[in-house]
Write a protein that binds this ligand. Sequence first.
Ligand SMILES: [Fe+2]
Length: 135
Amino acid sequence: MRIEWKTDYSVGIKKFDTQHKRLFEMLNDLHKGVVKRRDRETMEEVLAGLIDYTCTHFGSEELAMQEYAYPDYEEHLAEHKKLMASVNGYVDDMKSGKDLRALDLGGFLFNWLTDHIARTDKRMCAFLKAEGSPS
Ligand SMILES: [Fe+2]
């Protein structure tokens, strides 16, 4: 099933919405690859791209939080770190030969992302905007 970004997911800062939309697209690519049973090498590339962009995106949020001295920075950072640790665990599972379908990384990431956007990113962006960040 294809997932779509919707306005409910908007955090009110365009740059982050754009990055979130790209993550949604990358999750769709991951899902498509799993459904079409693409070979392991291709899937490792898709996953590496997703991990790479996730790091870029997290870095961009973390920089903004530092710039505006966000009081809940540590807590937000911890969520990012925890996610990366989970994803790395999936990568290890995949490399040890487990079936990607059964792992359902796409489902896990979709749930994580929508929950993180709704609770953590929205709260952060409300603060950033109140402190003068462009929307
Ligand atoms: Fe975040």
